[in-house]
Design a protein around this ligand. Structure first.
Ligand code: CDP
Length: 213
């Protein structure tokens, strides 16, 4: 019997726990993992470094077309600033279009892959065998992000982080191109009252149910 590739598409808003879950699922099922947010983060950072206007759709598209996978290894992509820059360049349709092939090349590996982002189940991998929409209330997500940053020694204020989370949600959900929303066939996983182990256990059960058929 040939084993079908296992593509797991994970979407959801900022700080919902997608990245943690995606990395754990990839390790569990021994699949490659692509954090697609890094693509948008790298473009935002490269443009900002050179003092370019992030609202310039044509220029942002050029940066997306010439993005080098080596740029994803930069050490400064995970922070809050890069997240904001990412969501600004991510509104441009040309940027999104330029990144499709790279994302699909990872999803097309013979064994499958885990990808996380905002439009994986809706646009990038509409045929993924498993689609998860990982979410949590804005308050819970802001609390998690605040705690994460405090643990790293940063001085941050919960209300500021909550405002940032809400602003990013509004931008990601409100944009015309590939807005953040669950695919029709996605399973919504609300992590507000779950710890990472519980989220992982639910996700494994969902994968088992989806792949049993
Ligand atoms: O980790 P977090 O959820 O904060 O951010 P991320 O997944 O790295 O994404 C950063 C930003 O990139 C998001 O707010 C989106 O605007 C954009 N993004 C996107 O539009 N599509 C994706 N597939 C991934 C990220």
């Amino acid at each position: 019997m040939t084993q079908l590739p296992l593509v797991i598409a994970i979407d959801g808003p900022a700080a919902a726990g997608k990245g943690t879950l995606a990395a754990r699922l990839a390790a569990h099922f021994q699949l490659p993992y692509l954090d697609t947010g890094l693509l948008y983060r790298a473009i935002g950072k490269l443009m900002a470094d050179r003092g370019h206007d992030l609202d310039n759709a044509e220029l942002a598209t050029e940066f997306a077309r010439h993005l080098d996978p080596e740029d994803l290894k930069r050490g400064d992509l995970r922070g809050r600033e890069a997240g904001e820059l990412a969501s600004r360049v991510a509104v441009h349709p040309g940027v999104r279009a330029a990144l499709v092939d790279f994302q699909r090349s990872v999803a097309g590996r013979p064994e499958g892959a885990v990808l996380d982002g905002r439009d994986i189940g809706t646009v990038i991998c509409p045929d993924a065998r498993v689609k998860l929409f990982v979410t949590a209330s804005a308050e819970v997500r802001a609390r998690r992000r605040t705690d994460e940053l405090v643990a790293k020694g940063r001085t941050v204020d919960y209300d500021t982080i909550l405002a940032e989370v809400r602003e990013r949600d509004a931008r990601d959900s409100g944009r015309k191109e590939a807005p953040l929303k669950p695919a029709d066939d996605a399973v919504v996983l609300d992590t507000s009252d779950l710890d990472p182990d519980q989220v992982m256990a639910r996700a494994i059960a969902i994968v088992a149910a989806r792949t049993a058929a």
